[in-house]
Design a protein around this ligand. Structure first.
Ligand SMILES: [Zn+2]
Length: 138
């Protein structure tokens, strides 16, 4: 199956891990999504995930849950997510898939930093309670 390189627009194999013409890395996700697109040429059937709702929720969570260091990733995710729909409608299939992939990547990084932060906060909180309880008993 033949897909298009998102950087130099060359036609390449869907099994190539990098573009033989410009050398850019072609991710597994990009190839999978492009294959799904080729298999269903009707654009309504297949659509790259926009991540818009997820990234907006992450921005909100970053601000409300005091995990402000997630915010740069959430904002980056929003910016890419915002491009997906427009690129897709203008017929820029590879651009839309790439934007979707980047939005998803930044969203996941931001999300895990947020979750990680809260796990650490909860662990410290539990430790404090244990220390207080030990002190009360003695
Ligand atoms: Zn290329």
């Amino acid at each position: 199956m033949l897909i298009k390189c998102f950087k130099c627009q060359s036609t390449i194999s869907d099994r190539a891990v990098s573009c033989p013409y410009c050398g850019v890395e072609i991710s597994y996700n990009y190839r999978t999504q492009y294959r799904a697109y080729i298999k269903s040429p009707i654009s309504e059937k297949f659509h790259p995930k926009s991540w818009l709702l997820e990234s907006l929720l992450l921005v909100l969570a970053s601000v409300l849950l005091f995990t402000i260091w997630c915010l740069p990733f959430a904002v980056a995710s929003c910016i890419y997510a915002n491009r997906v729909e427009g690129l897709w409608k203008s017929g820029d299939i590879d651009g839309a898939i790439l934007a979707s992939e980047k939005a998803g990547k930044y969203y996941k990084i931001g999300l895990w930093i947020g979750i990680g932060t809260w796990i650490i906060i909860i662990l410290i909180f539990c430790l404090l309670i244990i220390l207080i309880l030990i002190n009360i008993w003695h």
